[in-house]
Design a protein around this ligand. Sequence first.
Ligand code: C2E
Ligand code: MG
Ligand code: MG
Ligand code: MG
Length: 277
Amino acid sequence: YRAKHLASGYVLYDPKYNLHSAEKLGLMAELRQAIDQNQLVLYFQPKLALKTGRVVGFEALVRWQHPRLGLLGPNDFILAAEQTGLIGSLTRWVMESALTFIQQAALQDDPLRVSVNLSARSLHDANLLEMINEAISASGTKPELLMLEITETAIVLDPVRAKKTLDALSQRGIKLSIDDFGTGYTSLASIKDLPINEIKIDRSFIKNMLTDNKDFMIIRSIIELGHNLGLTTVAEGIEDKDAMHTLLTLGCDEVQGYLICRPKASDQILLWLSENN
Ligand code: C2E
Ligand code: MG
Ligand code: MG
Ligand code: MG
């Protein structure tokens, strides 16, 4: 660990390490202000259609530009935001920013989609649909360009309620994705009655797919089952060319990862897009 002790008493780690839980608690007192003072920053990572190499959309990933600690990742504050009830404001900010961004990006030829991650709390928030409708109207974009990424864990928490919410979102034209697929407690069988459009195979399988035959088999099975159920399959966390090529031969539809592009702030990503698409 390359830990750096700051005057404030916080310990700052190399960004790939997470803050300790006590530090996260300390941060929570500041999050309200952070939202109000525009310290949150939305990063975007492109999603590529594997066969054509074309960008089909972006995943929005929230960051916190902390005045003392620097750029913090969501693992440092999302959970605590859920526990302190600030997740509602955070999700609203992310939604508005993501839709505004995609409205700008839509000036390109093909309509590009933006994917927003929803925490369990936000999925089960009674005001979710109303909040999304407001954000869609305010941005002037179409509901079809919004995709929501939901984890299996969030669904399993209250499957009956989740189905109601997902049905309503789907009827509104919003697209739905199961994030980190394969790590939760659902199976494709238990999501077959949900209006899902896409599954994202978790990075943990992708990471070792070329060295661990079991991971390879799991990926192959998820892609095959996904296609049999009419779902788009996406692989997250692609870091090398061989993995990307193997996913192409397996028929995986879309990919995302550092190999293609790291998550970047909106102006940087629009620049990347103009140079790479
Ligand atoms: P996720 O939705 O599964 O997002 C993928 C994570 O993998 C992101 O981390 C992304 O930066 C990272 N990633 C992308 N490509 C690669 C790669 O090639 N290699 C490696 N090692 N990592 C890669 P990040 O941005 O730190 O986000 C972590 C998690 O935080 C997300 O996982 C998501 O669950 C959550 N999250 C992010 N933004 C939001 C948000 O706005 N709201 C909520 N509720 N959760 C969010
Ligand atoms: Mg995601
Ligand atoms: Mg994911
Ligand atoms: Mg993940």
